[in-house]
Write a protein that binds this ligand. Structure first.
Ligand SMILES: Nc1nc2c(ncn2[C@@H]2O[C@H](COP(=O)(O)OP(=O)(O)OP(=O)(O)O)[C@@H](O)[C@H]2O)c(=O)[nH]1
Ligand SMILES: [Mg+2]
Length: 108
């Protein structure tokens, strides 16, 4: 997977990319997200809101967004990454967060 990220990074010239992890419930998205961001296998529980982590590989920044895969949440996937409230964004203290406010705290 690391090789995959390295190759993806080489495809683009700019230094920051947003990756959206979409999949069905229990597809192990959150497990994969934290495997990359903290290099540990975490015991993930049901994702209700979203998880956002930033990882850096070869000077390329990947902002990875992961939302819940339950059927009841899937209708919101369309808007999840533009204006959906996020409860666990990059250590911002659990406050409500969006892409716009993420970039206020973390300008590119
Ligand atoms: N047996 C086994 N279980 C795993 C593995 N990876 C993750 N799990 C378990 O599978 C379940 C689902 O993992 P998650 O990472 O929460 O899956 P998800 O896609 O984020 O699920 P939702 O966000 O709830 O839709 C969790 O109970 C994990 O502990 C694995 O490699 N083997
Ligand atoms: Mg999850």
């Amino acid at each position: 997977m690391c090789i995959l990220f390295t190759r993806i990074g080489r495809l683009f010239n700019h230094q920051e990319h947003i990756l959206i992890i979409v999949g069905l419930h229990n597809a192990e998205r959150t497990t994969i997200l934290y495997q990359f961001s903290v290099n540990e296998v975490v015991h993930a529980s049901l994702t209700i809101g979203s998880n956002v982590e930033e990882i850096v590989i070869n000077n390329t920044h990947f902002i990875m967004w992961d939302t819940g895969g339950q059927e009841s949440l899937r209708s919101s996937w369309n808007t999840s990454y533009t204006n959906r409230v996020c409860n666990n964004c990059c250590g911002q203290g659990g406050e409500e967060d969006t892409f716009e406010s993420y970039y206020q705290y973390n300008p590119p």
